[in-house]
Write a protein that binds this ligand. Structure first.
Ligand SMILES: *Cc1c(COP(=O)(O)O)cnc(C)c1O
Length: 494
């Protein structure tokens, strides 16, 4: 049985279902498995198998207190016709890389991969644990998690969902997706502040024990849909396993051959899932961490010092406009030899000094990671080059990854077959993508969607069609200091 421990070493161990319900540990740490399970199958035996089968086996291997039937039911509910690709995550070769298209779910970003299944995992866990309280999901979003969580949890019985997004820090399409959300249990607020402010605000609310007691008296318990929740992370491991199987299947690699994985990174969740896949047994040579101009992770991986004493930029890849990457904490924990005290120290330093430097032991562990970043101009060039040379349309985040990968290849000569996590539909960032392709200016984000479709013929995801005609149901913008009061107002009147 795999148990879940806190990265900060001072919280009780939990089963997977308990960890999914709680979201974050009581010592403010994140839940991590006490051991990463080995792959439950030989990779070469899985060629030709559908996504669901691989996903169910991978998730079951981590979440050992769920029965196989329970996980199957969760997977069946999640990865169905909501996805607009029959194979759920197509792997497409373009240029020198294999793009793992993770954005064919309802909200057109990779967040759907985990947030389509999290409500099933959570409600199953609530039944198993005989949870008698309503679970209120608090979510900070840089643009994509919010909408995916809202879609996943809208009208799910026994839950409420509250989302905070940086009012001026998301694309027009992203904002409209959230403000038009239907569902009687959905609550959406813009905040004056950036994603880090939203995430820190949410974490502070989780850490507030008196507030938790107050809510408990109203029959409510808080949980998280951010990638701090282990129920977000584990479903993401599955698609890296699937990608490897696909490359085996199409003859790109031989069984046992290593691949590289490039991930456009913000909160470090997606790339950490790739790391877990390799710990399970997927042969990986390098994890390539791609950042935008908020390149705190590039510097960290190259120097061992994490330093957020720097300017915060709003870029054309807004879902990665983040300085405090929560999930890095999990990697530090594993690389320190599961040492909660070390992680506690580092996180205290980050809060106090806004920086920390890791031990040689952790630095050695980082040697399987490479890192680089792309600025806005380089991102646009990468979109244009990919489209002109290969007729393949990528969004701004995926373009950051592609540019960093090109640089990496030039610098290292490393020709290892490479998978790039393609994290969003270009239509979510239509204005930036149209600009990159040299298209004329349009009146608003929705006109860019239509223009981009006319130019490229790439189908518009149905969730983004007619978005501007939908009723705006959530108009409130609050100050970042009012988050707790806002949560109280939403939940106490239930
Ligand atoms: C969330 C997001 C990312 C960053 O993923 P992390 O898991 O936070 O590192 C990258 N691209 C897009 C489109 C996203 O929505």
């Amino acid at each position: 049985m795999i148990r879940y421990k806190s990265t900060r070493g001072h919280a009780a161990q939990k089963t997977a279902s308990q960890a999914v319900i709680r979201g974050i540990a009581e010592d403010r740490g994140l839940y991590v498995p006490d051991s990463v399970p080995a792959l439950p199958f030989a990779l070469s035996d899985m060629t030709g198998k559908p996504y669901k089968e691989i996903a169910a086996a991978v998730i079951s291997a981590f979440f050992t207190d769920y029965t196989a039937e329970e996980i199957l039911a969760c997977v069946d509910g999640a990865y169905d016709a909501k996805f607009e690709a029959d194979d759920i995550v197509p792997v497409v070769k373009a240029g020198d890389a294999h793009f793992l298209e993770l954005y064919h779910g309802k909200t057109a970003a990779f967040k759907d991969m985990a947030l389509s299944i999290l409500p099933y995992l959570l409600t199953t866990a609530m039944k198993k644990e005989k949870e008698d309280k309503k679970v209120a999901i608090l979510t900070a979003t840089s643009g994509d998690t919010g909408k995916a969580a809202l879609e996943g949890f809208a009208d799910v019985e026994g839950t409420e969902i509250i989302v905070f997004f940086p009012s001026d820090g998301v694309s027009e399409v992203q904002k409209r997706q959230m403000t038009t959300q239907e569902g009687s249990n959905t609550h959406v607020f813009g905040i004056t502040g950036n994603f880090d402010d939203a995430q820190t605000g949410v974490k502070n609310i989780f850490a507030d024990e008196a507030f938790a007691e107050e809510l408990a008296a109203h029959g409510v318990r808080l949980s998280s849909a951010n990638s701090i929740n282990i129920g977000r992370l584990v479903p993401q491991v599955a698609y890296y396993v699937y990608a490897y199987v696909k490359l085996l299947e199409n003859g790109t690699i031989r069984d046992g051959e290593e691949i590289n994985i490039v991930v456009p990174t913000g909160n470090f969740g997606n790339i950490l899932a790739a790391y877990y896949a390799s710990k399970m047994g997927v042969p990986v040579h390098r994890f390539i961490c791609a950042s935008n101009r908020n390149n705190v992770l590039t510097d960290f991986i190259n120097t061992g010092t994490y330093d957020i004493n720097r300017e915060f930029y709003c870029t054309n890849s807004p879902s990665m406009d983040i300085l405090i990457s929560s999930n890095l904490e999990r990697l530090l924990y594993h690389l320190s030899g599961d040492d909660g005290d070390t992680v506690s120290d580092l996180m205290e330093k980050l809060e106090k000094d806004k920086k920390y430097t890791v031990s040689d032991r952790i630095r050695d562990g980082l040697s399987c990671f490479a890192a680089g970043y792309a600025d806005e101009g380089e991102t646009e060039e990468a979109i244009a080059r990919m489209y002109d040379e290969n007729g393949y349309l990528i969004d701004t985040h995926t373009a950051v990854a592609y540019k960093v990968y090109e640089d990496y290849r030039k610098e290292t000569g490393d020709e290892t077959p490479t998978v790039i996590a393609s994290t969003a539909s270009a239509y979510k960032f239509a204005a930036s993508v149209a600009k990159a392709l040299g298209m004329p200016e349009e009146a608003d984000g929705f006109a860019y969607v239509r223009a981009l479709h006319e130019k490229t013929g790439v189908p518009v995801p149905s969730g983004l069609k007619d978005l501007e005609k939908k009723e705006i149901r959530h108009k409130d913008v609050i100050d970042k200091s009012e988050m707790k009061k806002t949560v109280a107002d939403c939940l106490k009147q239930l």
